[in-house]
Each structure stands twice: as C-alpha cells, then as structure tokens.
Design a protein around this ligand. Sequence first.
Ligand SMILES: [Fe+2]
Length: 144
Amino acid sequence: MSKNKLMNQYVADLAVMNVKFHNLHWNVVGERFEPVHVYAEKLYDDLFAKYDEVAERLKMLGVYPLASLKSYLETTAVEELENRDYQIPETMAILKASLESLRKLAVDIRTAADEEGDFVTVAMMEDHVGAYDKELWFIASALK
Ligand SMILES: [Fe+2]
C-alpha cells in the first residue's frame, strides 16, 4: 500500500479507535473501575490528537485526508465493540491489542515515508511508535 493510503488508513483507524476507547471508558466495570476509566480517557485524548496531526500532515503533502464517518468505516481495519459491560482484564487486553495494531501501522508508514525521503513523516511516526511503546509498557505492568 502507498504511503498516502497507509496514512489515510491510519486516520480512519484513529477515528474509529477513538470511539472504541470511549466505549471502554464508559462501559468498563470492576473494582478498579476509576483508574481504568481515566486511563481510557487519556488514551483516546492522545489518539484524537494523533488523528488531527496525521490528517494535517496529509494536507501538507497535498492529499485529502479521509473526513467522513462513512469513509472511515469503509477503510478501517478496526473492529468496533458491542455495547455491554467490559471487565477490567478484557478491557486491558483490548486496549493492548488496539495499541499494538496502531503501532504496527505507524511503523509501516514510517518505512514507506523513509523510502520517499519524507523525513517529517518519519519523525512523526517515530514519535507515535515511542508513545505506543510507553503505553504498552504501562499496560504490561498493570497486567502483571
Ligand atoms: Fe468521560
């Protein structure tokens, strides 16, 4: 897939993941509800900032970012969640798998951008991967 297509896939995934993480923020249940509820909010705030950042980078590259919910659902690889209660271990496992998939896409974009000499996008994706690594460490520590 071309760099521009990968970046638009990332825009779509970030948009849908923002909704998915809100679902977990609202529907997580269990004794440790509050920290997980707050943590999900921290994550979706971060994804929302990345969503805008990547879309604006596409604009700088002369490409239209996907900008409709319809196009996101047609493009995304993210599977949405049902409306139900989510126990904390399941919530953490979903957050972990979700961040791992976003991380993989950021690495793929970084590789494609590097092949084109687009070092601004390379630097952006390296920041994203570093941020995902930090969150994945938090989650791994919480699951020990
Ligand atoms: Fe909230």
